[in-house]
Write a protein that binds this ligand. Sequence first.
Ligand code: AVJ
Length: 344
Amino acid sequence: MPPTIFAPDAPLISTTDAVAFEARVGLTATPKTLSPWLFYDEAGSRLFEQITELPEYYLTRTERGIFAANADEILCEAALGQGPSGKLTLIELGAGTATKTGILLAEAVRQQGSVVYQPVDVSETALAEASENILANIPGVTVRSQVADYTREALPLNRLPETRTLALYIGSSIGNFMPEDARDVLRNLRAQLLPGDTLLLGTDLAPNGGPNGNKTAATLLAAYDDAAGVTAAFNLNVLTRLNRDLKADFALANFKHRVCWNPTQSRIEMHLESVIAQRVHIPANSSGPAFVVDFARGETIHTENSYKFNSAAVEELLSSANFKKTKSWEDPQHLFAVTLATAV
Ligand code: AVJ
């Protein structure tokens, strides 16, 4: 049976309108902010792929290693002790091009003969690439792509009869959200699941200082401020995007990539720092009239948070959305955690 690719619904507003709105709200706020989804235009998505291969950015390869070492156990646990019998269906939030998911899909096929995979993402092109890769490389997988913004809409989870669901939310994507928003994302997911369904959550770990204290704030700072400057280019690209999409006049040479570890909030913060006092112009657009943005020397635009968790924080987040932790796996250096939880 050929895979079904559902046609996306037309977005409510165009992407450029959404960029215009975000820029107006964020750049007129105090302190100034821009939302991290703005990073991911075509150039930004390519830069992010490059980040995942940097020596300093351990997250992607570490999570992949955890999957490779434990896929059999992860899938067994997810299939265990639940209500109705039947195969697991895998859904993935923010699937992107789904490069790490292949390990889990291949294991699901090994254990149950075939698997239905429902990647959900805002990017239709990423989903097309994901399904092409998977169909070409993992026989036994049926892909049912769904274009949706899981942060704003209820998930279009068209449940198959006689199956249980394993939802994947991996890659530390949850780390971009403030605690209350992270909880709401998981609640939105939980609302689509039945008791006994499971969630596999990938979280980057906080520095560990203890006897296994091999992860420090410096480990984190390096991961977000690499020597080759790829993360700096990724951060600055948001200004290039505003110049292109909104005809703004940001001079990129006047802004610097800045990273800090915020221990109180347990998060890495990325900022763009204005190195001089300057004024930027944004012409009129669908979100309102033209406006100017004045920067003091040293003032920043806060462009991203990346929250880091310890195991208590993961459990607390899960239980706030009615999930109960079943089991978790970490790499030998305790850099990253993958947690399986059951919908209760
Ligand atoms: C895609 C949100 C997981 O927070 O590590 C990488 C994005 N930003 N380098 C992360 C990111 C700078 C990444 N996530």
